[in-house]
Design a binder for this molecule. Structure first.
Ligand SMILES: [Zn+2]
Ligand SMILES: [Zn+2]
Length: 231
């Protein structure tokens, strides 16, 4: 037990048990996001693959979501967003890696998650309130995921302009509000041959992740997959 654990004891967000942020009992109770959905029409789709009939240029090849956005997972995500703690990023990143590894084993139809050449790209901080320490929690979780899976993690995107909050905006307004918010980071084009795994914490209407996908694909990235903790 470190001095930090003594000063700021970890407690499970679900039941209050001390020692971890998310105890194994509460992990077992967290609802999986099932079925997975097509990132274009948001209807059920095997393994989160984009439906063949949903073809639209500059859209992702697929989307995988770990949890339903409710209960303890929702509290965990709020906690890491607003009061960043690196131990919590580790717990979330490891949970996500375990989820993907399990997925790879159980999913017969989709070899996607078995691929070893993913380049993980975290969504940069944008309309979300930047937390007081200036960390991008999404990037921190992405780094833990990457090191667990043996995948490279790169900030290929940056925020091109600030946005108004997305809270309270509906689908169309959200898409309009987010347009043009991301740009490519210097040097990003050198990674164009990689298979991209775009990572964000939550899929709400998808407008953020879809806009980021559009920017990458317009720049010549061929395949972009999306992954979020919850929806
Ligand atoms: Zn618990
Ligand atoms: Zn579809």
């Amino acid at each position: 037990m470190s001095i930090l654990d003594f000063l700021f004891p970890r407690r499970c967000v679900g039941c209050g048990e001390s020692g971890v942020y998310f105890c194994s009992g509460c992990r077992g109770l967290a609802k999986s996001h099932f079925p997975q959905i097509c990132p274009v029409c948001e209807r059920g789709s095997i393994d989160g693959l984009k439906h063949k009939w949903c073809y639209k240029s500059y859209t992702p090849e697929g989307l995988i979501v770990m949890w339903k956005y409710e209960g303890a997972p929702r509290k965990l995500i709020a906690q890491i967003k607003y009061e960043y703690v690196s131990d919590l990023a580790s717990e979330l990143g490891e949970e996500l890696a375990g989820f993907l590894k399990g997925y790879e084993r159980s999913s017969l139809g989709c070899p996607l998650w078995a691929k070893d050449k993913f380049l993980v790209v975290p969504i940069p901080l944008h309309w979300k309130r930047k937390n007081w320490r200036g960390f991008n929690h999404t990037e921190e979780v992405a780094r833990v995921l990457g090191s667990n899976m043996g995948w490279q993690v790169e900030n290929l995107l940056e925020r091109a302009r600030p946005t108004k909050t997305q809270v309270g905006l509906k689908g169309k307004e959200r898409r309009k509000n987010i347009q043009g918010v991301f740009g490519l980071s210097p040097g990003a084009l050198a990674f164009r041959d990689f298979e991209i795994l775009l990572f964000d914490d939550v899929w709400t209407t998808g407008s953020t992740v879809l806009e980021a996908t559009r920017v990458l694909k317009e720049a010549g990235f061929r395949r972009v997959w999306c992954l979020t903790l919850a929806r």
